[in-house]
Design a binder for this molecule. Sequence first.
Ligand SMILES: C[S@@+](CC[C@H](N)C(=O)[O-])C[C@H]1O[C@@H](n2cnc3c(N)ncnc32)[C@H](O)[C@@H]1O
Length: 267
Amino acid sequence: MTLAEHYSGGYSPLIIDQFKQRSFARHGVFVQPYLTAGLSVLDCGCGPGSITLDIAELVNPGVVHGIDFSALQIEQALLLQKQRAITNARFTTGSAYQLPYDDAQFDVVFAHAVLYHLQQPQQALAEFRRVLKPGGVVALRDACHTGDIMQPWDVNLAVVWQTIAQVFSYQGGNIYFGSQHKQLLLEQGFQAIVLSCSYDMFATDAEKHSIRDYWHQFLDVDHRSLIVEQQWLTALELTQQCAALDQWLANPASFFARARCEAIARK
Ligand SMILES: C[S@@+](CC[C@H](N)C(=O)[O-])C[C@H]1O[C@@H](n2cnc3c(N)ncnc32)[C@H](O)[C@@H]1O
């Protein structure tokens, strides 16, 4: 069954606060060689805008536009912009499928951790291509669970990840999406594709807590009813699987390295 698209990351204060900690230096470094002063950049699916505002500092006096279909995220981004006193960023609510921008408006379109949530990533890529100038650069970074490393691994964590994948897929996303960048970019007529991979590392106590809290919110709070209704797990099994995340957290030797596929391509 295909549902109307629903962003499975959710907008709980915990998750928004975590996204606010993201930075271009940590998550966008593969795009750095393509960002110079004066460029016009779109950050699509910008969330609470912390990476967007870093980009604004890099391209100043160029302008970065951040767009997100959540009004709540845009509200957060505007607050952050005010706190950081950045004037060359514009934020607006809207969809990746129908961007409210002119043809050939941007030098660079960046989408960080967005396309793997979408039911129709091809449609978003077609829009990215439309709003890019000829020769402009698209830059994508998405999860690919095949490359994740979670240690120590066990059968309960395998069930946790199977359930996460089921929730994503039910809502139109795909936790293996990163590996499809090249194929989809070629289909949309992009050229000069450069691929890379990197990891988001969760190894310190604070990092491990943050990722445990993230998946706990995702499974046990935001999607508990869905998981139980769809009979992927019983309520008791779900509680037990969430306890597996706590055990992983408590192990001093544990860590999680989240694989991210990255792609740069030109219109
Ligand atoms: C995982 S968050 C990433 C946010 C930000 N790029 C970052 O890395 O911090 C994904 C964002 O994409 C937004 N989003 C999901 N589907 C969208 C769509 N069709 N159009 C625009 N934004 C969308 C969500 O609201 C969410 O803020």
